[in-house]
Design a protein around this ligand. Structure first.
Ligand code: FPP
Length: 241
């Protein structure tokens, strides 16, 4: 089935989040080391960013490294860092040409200096782009994000920048890493896991969930279009009738 041809182009979700999961299992199925799965998964990042861009999606948020991923073996972490450097380096020109803004969710300064340098450069060089926001979650946790926002709000209250009575959802959202992105419409999790895993906890409030058994390295443009197609069949009520 070609799902792209079924899409209602006037009802494309503005903001999609993806938990990129299943790289390890993809490699294991082929008798390959896990790092091959991460490499194949990274190639899919490139394809899905391009597809999202072509579909006029305003914001795409990808879970690339969680605060819990530090528990993995050093060798696997190093491989992920290498891939990050490689992809930021090789894709940056195209990202700039496509007017895509890169934004990082999480404290990426805890990464090795070479990664920090590449990412900082990408953030600086795309900061005024506005066709699409590519949010990359790196050393990210949803609970951490909420705690961080709360601390920053308290600081601003103490400085007299805002008043306690002013704090509402809009103000709170402005302290989250995604403050420049529209509200999250759709969360996609491939690989058969039915969990949120500390991703975008605040932003998920009214998002539609799409779970798929396809492993991330097999998740292609048609899979993305299938998720959007199913999103378009849903009736979102936002608490109303
Ligand atoms: C989950 O699969 C995937 C990750 C922890 C890393 C995701 C990272 C990438 C796709 C590559 C780097 C990102 C960019 C932006 C180039 P898993 O290892 O948990 O798989 P498993 O559940 O099958 O073991």
């Amino acid at each position: 089935m070609n799902y792209k041809s079924l899409l209602d182009l006037d009802n494309i979700p503005s903001h999609i989040g993806i938990v990129m999961d299943g790289n390890g299992r993809w490699a294991k199925k082929r008798g390959l080391p896990r790092s091959f799965g991460h490499k194949a998964g990274s190639d899919k990042v490139v394809e899905i960013v391009q597809s999202a861009y072509n579909l006029n999606i305003k914001a795409l948020t990808l879970f690339a490294f969680s605060t819990e991923n530090w528990k993995r073996p050093n060798e696997e972490i190093s491989k992920l860092m290498e891939l990050l450097i490689f992809y930021v380096k090789t894709q940056l020109d195209k990202i700039k040409k496509n007017n895509i803004k890169i934004n990082v969710l999480g404290d990426y300064t805890k990464f090795p200096p070479r990664v920090v340098d590449e990412i900082t450069k990408a953030l600086q060089e795309t900061s005024s782009n506005d066709k699409m926001i590519l949010n990359i979650a790196l050393n990210y946790g949803g609970q951490d994000e909420i705690v961080r926002a709360t601390k920053n709000i308290v600081k601003d209250v103490n400085l007299g920048i805002i008043e306690v009575n002013e704090i509402d959802n809009e103000i709170f959202k402005s302290y989250l890493y995604t403050h420049e992105s529209p509200d999250l419409d759709l969360l996609i999790r491939p690989s058969g896991e039915l969990r949120v895993s500390n991703f975008l906890l605040y932003q998920l409030a009214y998002a539609e969930f799409y779970f798929s058994d396809v492993l991330w390295p097999d998740f292609d443009e048609n899979q993305l279009c299938k998720a959007i197609y199913e999103f378009q069949l849903r009736h979102r009520r936002f608490g109303g009738l």
